[in-house]
Design a protein around this ligand. Structure first.
Ligand SMILES: [Zn+2]
Length: 350
């Protein structure tokens, strides 16, 4: 901290922003304690545009200092404390000096820079006489706090994006567009929906406009990953409810998709909080649709989900005549290993 008397090694030292700080702790503290070098009663030289340094800038920017020998401005706190911080430095205000008086708005910009904020913090610590290792600890804490704020912000953003994924899934809408580049008029429902939200949500707008391309969470790969994650969370919830309900029934039907591959849809029907729910458990491709193949697929799926086969109390299949024989066989196979009290076969006509 500043001493009342001038240290001996400063007898020839000129207090000037262009002069390096003395290396001795006592001398250095003494120079710092003098604050920014702000000469006032001098004739500031005009530059070739007839502009010059203005004393009024000292009032607006208390950290600003002026070098008479160089006719340049510096930032006191950055010049003195920047080396102690890990922030990116701005050499103009630390070493080379600033003299483009026409662009004084740069002062306000510098004041908002991370470099300046970190230096200001270091100066406050110096004034409170905290040892440097305390200052470093606090700077680390500040950076950790900044990191956590970023994590919180990113979680909020990803939460909003997941909400869009859930909504599109609920409405059974396709995600992708044929052309998703910036100039496309229709980037697909997923991206268009996010762009629409950005109009009234500054967080999403900032995220879409300013995030790096590989951190927007909107690429086709990320879309697929999000669908998978959301699907997994929904399935976990369905399984939890089936287990909670204890008894359940299954509904199954197979139908070919566009590629002519037979797909077996397996649904569960159970009572949750006094309300009957029917939920899709799985859609499995089938190479063959014999009773035995259907039975193994359903059993395997229930096992994967950890749902007790023996708690099944009902089965429901398509009763159309061309497949009724297969389902009768499937029903019999399931009854062999479950403890069904009754079986209800509905006539599902598709
Ligand atoms: Zn600064």
């Amino acid at each position: 901290m500043a001493e009342a008397s001038v240290p001996q090694d400063l007898s020839s030292y000129e207090y000037e922003p262009s002069c390096p700080l003395p290396s001795g702790r006592e001398a250095r503290d003494h120079v710092i304690s003098k604050g920014p070098c702000q000469p006032r009663d001098i004739n500031f030289p005009l530059d070739n545009r007839n502009r010059k340094f203005l004393v009024s800038w000292y009032e607006k920017f208390p950290w600003l200092e002026y070098s008479v020998s160089l006719d340049k401005a510096f930032c006191f706190v950055c010049r003195v404390f920047n080396a102690q911080t890990s922030s990116r430095s701005e050499p103009t205000f630390i070493k080379t000096g600033f003299s483009n008086w026409k662009k004084s708005e740069v002062f306000a910009k510098h004041e908002k820079s991370d470099c300046h904020k970190h230096s200001l913090q270091a100066h406050r610590h110096w004034k409170s006489q905290k040892p440097i290792h305390h200052q470093i600890d606090e700077e680390n804490e500040r950076q950790e706090s900044y990191r956590q704020q970023n994590v919180k912000k990113n979680r909020t953003v990803i939460g909003k994006i997941i909400d869009v994924v859930r909504l599109l899934g609920k409405l059974n809408l396709p995600f992708r567009g044929h052309r998703e580049d910036k100039n496309s008029l229709n980037k697909g429902v997923f991206k268009e929906f996010l762009e629409h939200i950005a109009k009234s949500d500054s967080l999403i707008e900032d995220h879409l406009r300013n995030s790096a391309e590989n951190a927007k969470y909107t690429s086709p790969e990320i879309q697929n990953q999000l669908i998978k994650v959301v699907g997994s969370a929904i399935l976990d919830d369905i399984i939890r409810r089936v287990k909670g309900a204890e008894m359940y029934a299954i509904i199954a039907d197979e139908t070919p998709d566009l590629s002519k591959t037979e797909q077996l849809a397996v649904l569960v029907r159970y009572v949750w909080n006094g309300v009957i729910e029917e939920r899709l458990l799985a859609v499995e491709p089938m190479e063959e649709t014999t009773a035995e193949a259907l039975f193994h697929t359903i059993r395997e799926k229930l096992q994967q989900c950890g749902i007790e086969f023996s708690n099944m109390r009902g089965q429901c299949y398509d009763g159309a005549s061309n497949v009724s024989g297969i389902h009768t066989g499937l029903q019999a196979r399931i009854k062999e290993i479950s403890r069904q009290q009754f079986t209800h076969i509905a006539m599902l006509m598709f």
